[in-house]
Design a protein. Structure first.
Length: 228
């Protein structure tokens, strides 16, 4: 801690503590849940994939229980409401809609809030179809929709043993998001400037050794000390 006698006021110290607290909260977590009943004659969509099964999931949209849960988890992470806030179930525009549209909206919301996805963890609860044989393909599809690496997406499946819920599919999703730091852009600019200086040094050395020209310094296009 900086001693007060060095000219730092208590108000300044308190402000520094608050800023430090905000920096420590640059990681946020969201939780999402959804459930749909199985219905004959409806295509089954889970995790952005069409699955071969005699029944699909009833819903106003395509009933993709996994994408709905992930959408709510992402929206919850940045306190942007839930899927119903953006896509009311009574709105005819979203009848049989591809749930990837909902996911795109959630991605836009977290970007607008200044965050990006760190990882997604999903647990499906359903009796059938079995998810483990297609879990890898489903992870790849969800990662593609989220525009993240497959190692940032986890998908697990459990059966509702003894709960009399064989006619229902449920999904729990947790999303971890991290703030996009402005310094990342500045560091990239500083790297370009550093490379420019290295090139100038090489040119100066060549001119000095071959032609006896004194070394000179060309001021960089950007002054990194003046970037605000």
């Amino acid at each position: 801690m900086i001693p007060l006698e060095q000219g730092i006021s208590r108000a300044s110290l308190e402000q520094a503590r608050r800023l430090g607290y905000r920096r420590s909260m640059d990681t946020r977590i969201g939780f999402g849940y959804d459930s749909h009943a199985f219905k004959p004659g409806v295509p089954l969509r889970i995790g952005g994939l069409s699955l071969d099964h005699p029944e699909g999931l009833a819903g106003h949209s395509d009933g993709d229980v996994l994408l709905h849960a992930v959408t709510d988890a992402l929206l919850g992470a940045v306190a942007a409401g839930d899927i119903g806030t953006f896509f009311p179930p009574g709105d005819a525009r979203w009848k049989n809609a591809d749930s990837a549209v909902f996911l795109d909206t959630a991605l836009e919301e977290i970007r607008n809030a200044g965050y990006r996805i760190a990882n997604i963890d999903v647990t499906l609860i359903l009796d059938r179809p079995k998810i483990s044989p297609i879990a890898g393909e489903m992870r790849a599809r969800v990662a593609d929709l989220l525009k993240v690496g497959i190692d940032q997406v986890s998908i697990k499946a459990k059966t509702p043993e003894g709960l009399n819920l064989d006619h229902v599919a449920q999904c729990h999703a947790v999303a971890l998001v991290t703030r996009i730091r402005e310094e990342d852009g500045l560091k990239s600019m500083e790297a370009v400037i550093a490379n420019q200086r290295q090139l100038e040094d090489v040119v100066d050395d060549l001119l000095a050794s071959v032609h006896g020209v004194p070394k000179r310094r060309i001021n960089p296009v950007y002054d990194t000390e003046d970037i605000t």
